[in-house]
Ligand binder design. Sequence first.
Ligand SMILES: *Cc1c(COP(=O)(O)O)cnc(C)c1O
Length: 392
Amino acid sequence: MKEKGRFGDYGGFYVPEVLIPVLEELEGAFYRFYEDEQFVAELGQLSKEYAGRPSPLYYAKRFSDYVGCRVYLKREDLLHGGAHKVNNTLGQGLLAKYMGKTKLIAETGAGQHGLATAMIGALFGMETKIFMGVTDIERQSVNVHKMKLCGAEVVDVEGGTGTLKDAINDALRYWTAHVRDTFYLFGSTCGPHPYPTIVKHFQICIGKEARRQSLEQIGRLPDMIVACVGGGSNAIGIFSGFVDDKNVRLIGVEAGGRSLSSGRHAATLVAGRVGILHGAKAYLLQDEEGQVYDTESVSAGLDYPSVGPEHCLLKDTGRAEYVAAEDEEVLDAFELLSKTEGILPALESAHALAYMMSQKGKLSSEQVAVVNLSGRGDKDVSIVEKRRPLEQ
Ligand SMILES: *Cc1c(COP(=O)(O)O)cnc(C)c1O
């Protein structure tokens, strides 16, 4: 059983007995429907008409002039909900419907996945519960309100530090008792098998489109693909389109630096050690005693103490490179893209842009980078305003 869903030695299925039949039912349903003609047609139509796919590939000329190479943006920020998250919630929501489930549950940290799930709950008329730590509820009140407007119930999670990892624990616990009618819509390419495989499948559209658009618009493949990494879903989505093209560098950018309050590293792949969290073996942020700790970065959407198992393997094999961007560099990138292109990036996506800024002067003008602009920054304006007040 532990051999299922392996990426090298990573991933797997480390869960309590009660969850095994539940995850097996999900795995069976996924393989029954994911290539089913009707399922594929329905998902394709909703992706186009509800979510807004395909998203454009855009040549950011003025941003490129700053960096010194040609930078293209994969515009996931233009999708409904303002990020790539809708690709996954639409796919899993439809799977839930095909399985005959009538209720959705999901975990959320920053509220983005909770909101993307609440949207789909409304779309399919499913009762939706979002598990969210009390600390996050307080920090993300606007998203909490939006979820409620979409008809979802937000469940307070009091345990632990009241953040994402506690919300996942409570959602898994709730699921075991309500599995007959309830589908657990997981938010990223982590957690136990089959979630890393399912979430990747629904995000592969990013990479497929980006590859086709590169050939059409640029006339060749890019030299590098750059994406931010939280749990890893937007990055795996775009990497997967190019992973077999050995000359295309794949670069994942994590939230980095040391936390001001704890002095600990925040970048899982750059500074983590292998362990097991939420049913999967992966790199984890843990202290000397093996205690998992929360990350703290300017972008709440990258605050997850582990990372998807496939990224762990891509790191070990060297096929992808992982770097970290510090908060101040990320804020610089947020400002630069806003000023040069009139596009406010999500702070998560600004990590990938910060990497490009760090390459200023190091790349030739003919080199092409495709940056996955995973989301839009409207949600982050008040955070940026606090950290970088505008002069009058
Ligand atoms: C949630 C989120 C992320 C991080 O999640 P991944 O699974 O690593 O993609 C990145 N960007 C945006 C805009 C997000 O909302």
